[in-house]
Design a protein around this ligand. Structure first.
Ligand code: GDP
Ligand code: MG
Length: 374
């Protein structure tokens, strides 16, 4: 069935509605901008502009969901090897998430590199005992909700920050709910233990009341006491993350075309669309042709979290990429495909589909609005 209007098709193939309508007239089809056209007509007229539409919409639409499946399955492939854990820091406002991310980031950065660490790409890696850990730099709950929209799961472990002087608060509960819904193991970091008013025992008690039973209470949730401000307990926390990662045997196959998730994206005045990708499986390479949500491109340059140029990115590595035609959305999947033609085609189909969904959502809202008036 057809869901696209002349206007939507024009936008998707990158021509003006007037041009498209003229082309339709040349083909004997009288249509206005809001008119729906069937797939066959759309494909013919798109071909007039050198764009090939292939009717495989259902497949393409479901592709985003099945990419999550491919990522999961790749952990069992014969070529799968251990990969670094991807960690999200969650917790109530002002409990010290940002401070903790800073403290962790500084733990493994040599003095000389201090300039480089100001680079912000939405995620970073640190090295502990010769092993890497990836931290998502975006606020935890945002990361979770954006990712879930496309069925993506990027987080392997959630660090729940609870201020020792403040205890369990509404967003602490919310964070627990998010982690549980995503089936992600939690490590509790009781922060601000440097404060004289710190009361870690009370925090553990309160956590037990919301079903987060820490190890010393007979549960299985590890706890680490830290001070992000004084950088106390940071190494312990990192070691705990590695321990939990080991229990979950995180793996991926680096020897396949890459699939990753967009962590953040924007337009840079100078460089054009810029996106941070967290590679989930396979190895992303310079010059790879990719689809990212409803856009596509060829990887023109890649940078790591310190702004260094890299040529390849293996599983769990975050990289900033250049070369996309447009800005994808956080939570979109990025996928390496054979050639530009395929990339363009999938991206066009997705753009159409998303536009139709957005239009549908607007109609529903309008509907509700009218109901409200009755
Ligand atoms: P976020 O909202 O969770 O990101 O919290 P921030 O990292 O912005 O921290 C909120 C406030 O708590 C800031 O004023 C921090 O300096 C302070 N803070 C964070 N960690 C600690 C800590 O370990 N000890 C103390 N005393 N203050 C801290
Ligand atoms: Mg913050």
């Amino acid at each position: 069935g057809s869901v696209m209007t002349v206007g939507e098709l024009a936008e998707a193939i990158g021509v003006s509605a007037v041009e498209l309508i003229k082309a339709l007239i040349r083909r004997g089809v009288m249509a206005n901008i809001n008119q729906q056209i069937d797939f066959e007509t759309a494909a013919k007229v798109a071909a007039d502009f050198g764009v090939e539409l292939v009717e495989r919409t259902p497949e393409v639409v479901h592709q985003e969901k099945s990419l999550a499946e491919i990522v999961r399955a790749s952990a069992q492939e014969p070529g799968a090897v251990p990969r670094p854990p991807v960690v999200t820091i969650m917790g109530h406002v002002d409990h010290g998430k940002t401070k903790l991310l800073d403290a962790i980031r500084h733990t493994n950065v040599a003095e000389g590199e201090a300039g480089g660490i100001t680079q912000h790409i939405g995620a970073y890696q640190v090295e502990v005992q010769g092993r890497k850990i990836t931290f998502l730099d975006t606020p935890g709950h945002e990361a979770f909700t954006a990712m879930r929209a496309r069925g993506a799961q990027v987080t392997d472990i959630a660090v729940l920050v609870v201020a020792a002087d403040d205890g369990v608060m509404p967003q602490t509960r919310e964070a627990v709910a998010h982690a549980r819904a995503a089936n992600v193991p939690i490590i509790v970091a009781i922060n601000k233990i440097d404060l004289p008013t710190a009361n870690p025992a009370r925090v553990k008690q309160q956590l037990a009341e919301i079903g987060v039973i820490v190890e010393e209470y007979g549960g299985d949730v590890p706890v680490v006491e830290v001070s992000a401000k004084q950088r106390l307990g940071i190494e312990d926390l990192l070691e705990m993350i590695l321990l939990v990662a080991d229990m979950h045997e995180l793996k991926a196959n680096p020897n396949r075309p890459a699939i990753g998730v967009i962590i953040e994206a924007k337009v840079d005045q100078r460089r054009g669309p810029v996106a941070t990708v967290l590679v989930q499986t396979g190895t992303l390479k310079l010059n790879d042709v990719v689809v990212a949500g409803a856009t596509w491109g060829r990887i023109r340059a890649m940078f790591d979290d310190r702004g260094r140029k890299v040529r390849r990115a293996e599983p769990s590595m975050p990289v900033e990429i250049l070369g996309l035609e447009n800005v994808p959305e956080a939570g979109d999947y990025l996928q390496v495909v054979e050639d530009e033609r395929t990339a363009k085609e999938i991206a066009t189909q997705r753009a159409l589909k998303r536009r139709a969904e957005a239009a549908e959502a607007r109609v529903v809202k309008l509907d509700e609005f009218h109901k409200g008036l009755e």
